[in-house]
Write a protein that binds this ligand. Structure first.
Ligand SMILES: *Cc1c(COP(=O)(O)O)cnc(C)c1O
Length: 425
């Protein structure tokens, strides 16, 4: 435990004045400056306080269910005929993904600061669910902003957030999705920061959020490093999917200052390389430097400099920007970027499911696709570790119509008929 506390503290600041190379910064309206400075000071103080570390550690073990296992994918490795594949089973964390690590950290900080109310943005709903769960556990009021299109598409997550006692507010401006939810959350915060903490869900936003989110997620990388060392495995490469970048930067963090292993981030290749067909901010066409949502980084922008439409089968990888630290690491070459298409992600998902009895979330399946092709190309005896950022239960409404279209449609029709009959009684 001592080790964890020390490393948490050491890694709490990687940015220089909030910048990672040319990216990052704090581009917020004047009215929010003091709110963000207050968070920065509280974060630095909390990370140096053994009482905070002890409480976080207790929640990690008892509430989140840490450490999550590291699984040797022996069957898959044998079939691939190359390197050994290992899976960091982050999807076994409470609420099904890595998002809870950050949500618990930030909500604990909010409570320590005496904030009685937490707000969050959510796209598909995973960050909203994690934040709502953390707020329920820690006794803080929770309001989640969600684009109205996403509310319509993601009813199971809306229901879960409400079950945790959160209030979900549909946002019907702009494209009615994640970027509009973020704008609305900032608007709320500008008028409410005296008693409200804004919990951002990925390693992005104005400084110190990228530092803070990485710090709360780096437990994933530290565990992986220890679990590999215990087995005497020296990894050739670590592979993670990249939406905003929180699971990747947390997974990579303890390895960033080393020459090895290779660190590979995988973006959503969607249905093709054309405009609006993917969400590849590092390797895709139409990706440029911009300032959006309070930070400078690489974004998918249209000709007018407006945030462009993106596309991916996985709701967690379709954000148009990437966290500033990963953008800088991509530029310096320490992190390599690849992309996987919708089809490649689905193929990897079913390969691992059949051979390992583990269903990846669609986001994580993009990382699996890249890890599988890398493992195939390497010699036996080498090792590749993929972060399963989430488990696939949440994607049933997307994967079932793909893998079993006829049966699934018939099932939904029967369910609907039964509900209608019930309603008539
Ligand atoms: C949200 C999400 C992601 C993408 O977010 P990052 O901040 O890039 O990690 C990836 N995987 C899962 C399972 C998610 O829920």
């Amino acid at each position: 435990m001592r080790v964890n506390e020390d490393t948490d503290r050491k890694d709490a600041r990687r940015s220089r004045d909030g910048y990672f190379g040319p990216y990052g910064g704090r581009y917020v309206p004047e009215v929010l400056r003091s709110a963000i400075e207050e968070i920065e000071a509280a974060f630095v103080k909390a990370m140096a306080d053994p009482a905070f570390a002890a409480e976080l550690q207790r929640l990690r073990s008892d509430f989140i269910g840490r450490p999550t296992p590291l699984l040797h994918a022996e069957n898959a490795s044998r079939l691939l005929g190359g390197a050994d594949l290992y899976i960091k089973m982050e999807g076994l964390a409470h609420t099904g993904a890595h998002k809870i690590n950050n949500a618990v950290g930030q909500v604990l900080l909010a409570r320590r600061m005496g904030k009685r109310r937490v707000i969050a943005e959510t796209g598909a709903g995973q960050h909203g669910v994690a934040t709502a769960a953390a707020c329920a556990k820690l006794g803080v009021e929770c309001v989640v902003y969600m684009g109205s299109t996403d509310v319509d598409r993601q009813q199971p997550n809306v229901a879960t957030m409400e079950l945790f006692g959160a209030k979900v507010i549909p946002v019907s401006s702009g494209s009615r999705t994640l970027k509009d939810a973020i704008n609305e959350a900032f608007r709320d915060w500008a008028g409410s920061f005296a008693d409200t903490f804004y919990v951002i869900g990925s390693a992005l936003g104005p400084s110190p959020y990228p530092d803070m989110v990485r710090t709360f997620q780096s437990v994933v990388g530290r565990e992986t490093k220890n679990q590999l060392a215990e087995r005497g495995v020296v990894p050739e490469a670590l592979v993670a999917c990249v939406g905003g970048g929180s699971n990747a930067i947390g997974f990579f963090e303890p390895f960033l200052d080393l020459e090895n292993p290779r660190l590979i981030g995988v973006e959503a290749g969607g249905i093709g390389p054309g405009p609006g067909e993917h969400a590849s901010r590092m390797t895709g066409e139409g990706a440029r430097t911009g300032i959006v949502h309070g930070y400078k980084s690489r974004f998918l922008l249209d000709e007018d400099g407006q945030v462009a439409e993106t596309r991916s089968i996985s709701a967690g990888l379709d954000y148009p920007g990437i966290g500033p630290e990963l953008a800088a690491l991509g530029r310096s070459g320490r992190v390599e970027f690849r992309r996987a298409t919708d089809a490649e992600a689905l193929e990897a998902l079913s390969f691992i499911a059949k051979n390992e009895g583990v269903v990846f979330a669609l986001e994580s399946a993009h990382a699996a696709a890249a890890a599988i092709s890398l493992a195939r190309s390497l010699r036996p005896g080498k090792a590749v570790v993929v972060n399963m950022s989430g488990r696939g239960d949440k994607d049933l409404f997307i994967t079932a119509p793909v893998f079993r279209p006829v049966e699934w449609k018939a099932f939904l029709e029967r369910e609907l008929a039964a509900l209608n009959a019930e309603g008539k009684k």
